[in-house]
Design a protein around this ligand. Sequence first.
Ligand code: B12
Length: 134
Amino acid sequence: MMTPALLSAALLLLLLPGAPAEDSNQTPINIHVTNSVTSAPKQTYSTYVVYRGILLGAMWRLQDSNVGFSFTYTQDPNYGPFLVSVNGVSGCSADRTYWELLVKRTNETIRPDVGIGCYIPSANETIVLNFNKY
Ligand code: B12
């Protein structure tokens, strides 16, 4: 049998904030939009993926939240969604421009070997959508 003191302590623990991020099913990420071709100023956004959710889901969420982020993509039959435009700027094969996907972590920046439909961000990563040339 629990004493009243133990019972109140247990109840207090249940009500305390600070549950781990996994429990709230939201993994926070930042999205930076940069341009290596024109050097336009960087735009920064915050959003989240659900547990093990894909980057594309976070991008839809951001677009739907009307914070000035928009994007389009085409569907490749082999590799899935190919990011074509961000905030009205489109890649163009004649100019050899495209949207590159980079991921900034604490000590490194990587270039994932999958696209926006397959990449699963980790907590507090910064996703960089960088307009670039190939
Ligand atoms: C050339 C190339 C590119 C060029 C394509 C433009 C062009 N007009 O040539 C550019 C530089 C734009 C490119 C970009 C990227 N690429 Co690429 N690319 C290739 C490469 C070397 C050859 C593709 C090709 O020409 N095939 C021959 C033609 C005849 O077939 P195709 O079906 O018409 O080819 C098209 C698709 O491959 C498509 N494409 C190219 N890359 C990607 C990536 C994704 C995610 C999608 C959906 C489509 C796609 O563009 C090609 C031309 O239209 C392949 C590797 C290989 N050896 O196959 C990687 C490859 C397809 N790319 C890959 C990746 C990861 C990317 C990027 C996500 C890299 C990044 N982190 O930014 C980006 C795409 C970002 C975005 N905007 O969504 C991966 C895809 C793996 C996967 N399962 O998702 C591959 C397999 C290389 C690898 N790392 O293993 N790529």
